[in-house]
Design a protein around this ligand. Structure first.
Ligand code: ZN
Length: 339
């Protein structure tokens, strides 16, 4: 690895914007945290994104020319080549050319990545997938997503949209999903699905959740994280809900293994981290269903890079390491000006 390379990493999330200067060792040196406040509109959010980058550059103790670029991790459907957010439900964005705006302001190359893909790169370079050529990162939070490293390269697809694991159908006749498909994995195994199921059972009076002294039975406390923690603490009803989600996650993961034959699957995301039962159950259902030779050699691991994985991974895409470089399109002002 070349010594002392730097890039700015920025994670554009539904609730917060996290930006920092990332060293080629994967360490984030100082960070800026701002609320996303997407209800104020795309322009206000973009202003905060630019301010966050400005802040990182202003406090960076390195020469500007040693900063290789700006890596952005964003939720939603993105076009990597144009560095444009095509659609992001949690931001209320459609066709926002964020890459061009950043390149215009700072004159730095910009890479825009889906947040799951960015976190996959972080785990691959510095986390639980280090040293592998075939790794899949699976995130379970509000939704379900994945980033796929195959043959030592990030699988991006034509526009950076590959890895929409949450929208693999596990029931052709299942409920309609927002994406247009039916029976998507996300409808059964995400944090949203866990909360929905628990709420339905509570409202029907079929279930009294004892967790957290009964506090879980009411309104906002009924989060997937709280349900996961209550399951871990031994609440029977919560255990059943989490086990069920884990079973479905394993059904979907089996398809991933059959398609990509990974060496390791790294699991992350807020809901996954809240309860080990989810991973244990997913692994159990994989072992029952998967082609035995593939099931026997795949390892299951928990994410090692922290909450900054998206930002760190997006910045990491600018670094070369062990003779490899992520195969991502770079958006730069030069490219933009050619149009
Ligand atoms: Zn779907």
């Amino acid at each position: 690895m070349a010594r002392d390379e730097y890039a700015i990493g920025l994670d554009l999330g539904g609730t917060k914007i996290l930006a920092g200067l990332v060293h080629s060792s994967g360490k984030m040196l100082g960070q800026t945290l701002l609320p996303t406040a997407s209800q104020e509109g795309a322009e206000a959010v973009i202003d905060r994104v630019l301010a966050a980058i400005e802040g990182v550059l202003a406090t960076a103790q390195v020469e500007r020319r040693s900063v290789r670029g700006v890596g952005i991790a964003s939720a939603g459907v993105i076009d990597s080549a144009a560095a444009e957010v095509i659609f992001a439900g949690n931001l209320g964005w459609r066709n926002v050319p964020i890459g061009r705006l950043i390149a215009d302001r700072f004159g730095l190359p910009v890479r825009l990545m889906n947040d799951a893909n960015a976190a996959a790169v972080a785990e691959w370079m510095w986390g639980a997938g280090k040293g592998t050529q075939n790794m899949i990162y699976v995130t379970v939070s509000t939704g379900v997503g994945a980033g796929i490293i195959s043959g030592g390269q990030l699988v991006q697809g034509a526009e950076g949209g590959a890895g929409e694991f949450g929208h693999i159908s596990i029931d052709w006749n299942g409920p309609l999903c927002g994406c247009g498909n039916r029976g998507c994995l996300e409808l059964y195994a995400s944090g949203t699905a866990i909360e929905k199921l628990a709420r339905k059972q509570v409202e029907a009076g079929e279930l009294v959740l004892a967790g957290a002294g009964g506090a879980l039975t009411t309104g906002e406390a009924l989060t997937a994280k709280a349900i996961g923690e209550a399951a871990l603490a031994g609440d029977r009803a919560c255990i059943e809900i989490v086990e069920r989600a884990g079973f479905y996650l394993g059904v979907g993961t089996t398809s991933l293994i059959h398609l990509f034959n990974p060496e390791v699957i790294v699991f992350g995301g807020g809901v996954m981290n809240a309860s080990s039962i989810l991973l244990a159950e997913a692994e159990k259902s994989v072992r029952e269903r998967c082609i035995p030779s593939m099931a026997n050699q795949v390892k299951f691991a928990l994410q090692q890079v922290g909450v900054e994985a998206g930002a760190v991974g997006a910045a990491g895409s600018f670094f070369s390491w062990d003779g490899q470089e992520a195969n991502l399109p770079i958006f730069s002002r030069k490219l933009y000006c050619k149009d």
